[in-house]
Design a binder for this molecule. Structure first.
Ligand code: SAM
Ligand code: SF4
Ligand code: SF4
Length: 503
């Protein structure tokens, strides 16, 4: 072949490219370029051969060389954009796509890929416009509608997101990912299935204790008071609950309680059963047993949010506060989960939380600074709650005003989650807005009932609506006063007169 003219090498490259022999095609095009370094077509096709081989940086260089020789080759421009996308050079990719779209404004693939590059840059408005153009030009591609829905989720435009996912489903009724996402976006948009019956639970969160077991020992969590520290919820209870929730929808189910849900061997099946009701299912966990693969499996089964209770910013404080090993691994897992959320699941919420006490308060600011750039959905700073009087005197609460001031108006940091819930004079906001089911299936007054001394019925045989209504009636009849007397959530109007300073 040596000494053959350019056209022989170039034509041989074309035939090798057609037959999928990428390595050999690249060799032929390189020979062609040696004969005629100014042959822009050989550079373009060398770029294609290298792209097929996944050698994106070299492919980008070949396309650039072609464009140096002839800036008008739009094919080189769009493929340069794609190679840059593959090498995570998002800004440069957008520049090339913009140049390409000036020449070919109706190129749907170019709009779509420009949207991907903009998404990686976090420019969600611009990404949504690009995806919007792509689906207008080529409405028959389900994945483009999903990408548009994902961008709307990041903008919290839940109705638009639901409509985009629905269009993906119209195009491809088998698109299970779109089906799951449409349900989540609709529920975020507040489209709960309407219940006109009295006592509907549409605003209520069910706190479901999947297990009462835990492998940590947080100083602020008085688990020693629990009579049942190893119970696993039975699938019968979960199925009864799911049937009930189908009839009387609730706003949200959080797998939490007083235990560590990730210790239940059938957690995946539990998520699947509950998510099939169409209700949002989230989980609160210490995170020590949740890596990105398990997260992906749970999300595929319908989990739509995870709250990581980290409570520290260093391994030493984490060990002191939670008596749990593996802080660095847990942090690495949460980081990978946030990256997976960014790439594939923008509709999934991932919070990190910190219960502030005397042992860890010095790490609050560092905790916020560490997690802020990783863009969790929220950073929660919880004041220490006294667990209805069970909190060990060894753990001291601290003044939260400094944190409240510092993070006031901060979109990401929320100091005290319950402050967002309206409180009635005579009714505790926790009892009113939440239903707590312990691992044995009993509805308890609230999750402060570590000793299991209250019972409002069993989820195995009674409906949540009836049990919740009777719980609130009993509360208003002041039958819970003894239990609530020492709790710092207890509303002032229910406190005995002397403790309100009235004489
Ligand atoms: C009891 S835990 C159960 C779920 C899981 N084991 C965990 O720690 O995330 C539920 C939540 O309550 C928080 N918590 C526990 N004790 C608390 C206290 N005394 N005051 C405020 N929050 C507390 C935990 O940090 C966690 O976010
Ligand atoms: S707060 Fe959670 S992780 Fe800590 S001891 Fe209680 S249940 Fe376990
Ligand atoms: S006031 Fe009573 S119902 Fe409310 S959180 Fe405290 S113990 Fe539970």
């Amino acid at each position: 072949m040596d000494g053959a003219p350019w056209s022989v090498h170039h034509d041989r490259g074309a035939s090798l490219l057609r037959s999928g022999q990428w390595e050999e095609a690249a060799v032929a095009y390189r020979s062609a370029i040696r004969c005629r370094p100014d042959a822009s077509a050989s550079h373009v096709h060398l770029g294609h051969s290298l792209s097929h081989l996944g050698h994106w940086e070299q492919a980008a260089a070949a396309y650039r060389r072609a464009l140096d020789l002839d800036p008008g080759i739009v094919e080189a421009r769009v493929n340069l954009g794609n190679a840059l996308l593959k090498t995570s050079a998002w800004k440069e990719a957008v520049v090339e796509y913009d140049a390409c779209l000036r020449q070919r404004p109706d190129d749907a693939a170019c709009h779509l890929n420009r949207g991907h590059a903009l998404s990686h840059l976090g420019r969600w408005d611009a990404a949504a416009s690009s995806y919007g153009r792509a689906v207008d030009l080529e409405p028959g591609v389900a994945s483009s509608h999903v990408s548009l829905g994902d961008a709307y989720c990041r903008l919290k435009r839940w109705e638009d997101a639901a409509a985009a996912y629905q269009r993906a489903l119209d195009v491809d009724p088998g698109a299970d990912e779109a089906r799951r996402k449409v349900a989540i976006a609709l529920s975020k948009a507040g489209h709960r299935r309407a219940s006109t019956e009295p006592g509907n639970l549409a605003e209520v969160t069910v706190d479901l204790e999947v297990t009462s077991a835990c492998d940590a020992a947080c100083g602020f969590c008085p688990r020693a008071a629990m009579p049942d520290k190893k119970r696993l919820i039975s699938l019968d209870v979960v199925e009864s609950l799911a049937r009930d929730i189908e009839k009387n929808p609730v706003d949200l189910i959080v797998l939490c309680g007083i235990g560590e849900s990730t210790l239940h061997p059938e957690l995946e099946r539990i998520v699947e059963i509950l998510a099939a009701t169409g209700t949002k299912v989230e989980m609160t966990t210490h995170g020590g047993r949740l890596d990105v693969e398990r997260f992906e499996r749970l999300v595929a089964l319908g989990l739509c949010g995870v709250n990581f209770s980290l409570n520290a910013n260093t391994a030493q404080t984490h060990r002191e506060v939670m008596r749990l090993k593996g802080f660095d691994r847990t942090v690495a897992n949460v980081e990978s989960i946030l990256e997976a959320r960014d790439r594939h699941h923008p509709e999934i919420t991932v919070h990190v939380s910190f219960v502030v006490c005397d042992l860890n308060q010095h790490e609050v600011a560092d905790f916020v600074s560490f997690w802020r750039p990783k863009r969790p959905s929220r950073i929660w700073l919880h004041p220490l709650n006294n667990r209805a009087g069970l909190l060990s005197p060894a753990v001291k609460s601290v003044d939260m005003r400094e944190h409240e001031r510092r993070y006031e108006g901060d979109d990401l940091v929320l100091v005290d989650v319950f402050s967002e819930i309206h409180e009635e004079d005579r009714l505790c906001k926790v009892a009113e807005s939440m239903i707590f089911i312990s691992a044995d299936g009993e509805m308890r007054l609230c999750a402060m009932d570590y000793q299991r001394v209250t019972s409002c019925g069993s989820a195995k045989s009674e409906s949540l609506r009836d049990m919740h209504r009777s719980k609130l009636e009993r509360y208003l009849r002041r039958e819970m006063d003894d239990f609530c007397a020492g709790c710092d959530f207890c509303p002032p109007a229910t406190k005995p007169a002397e403790s309100q300073g009235v004489r």
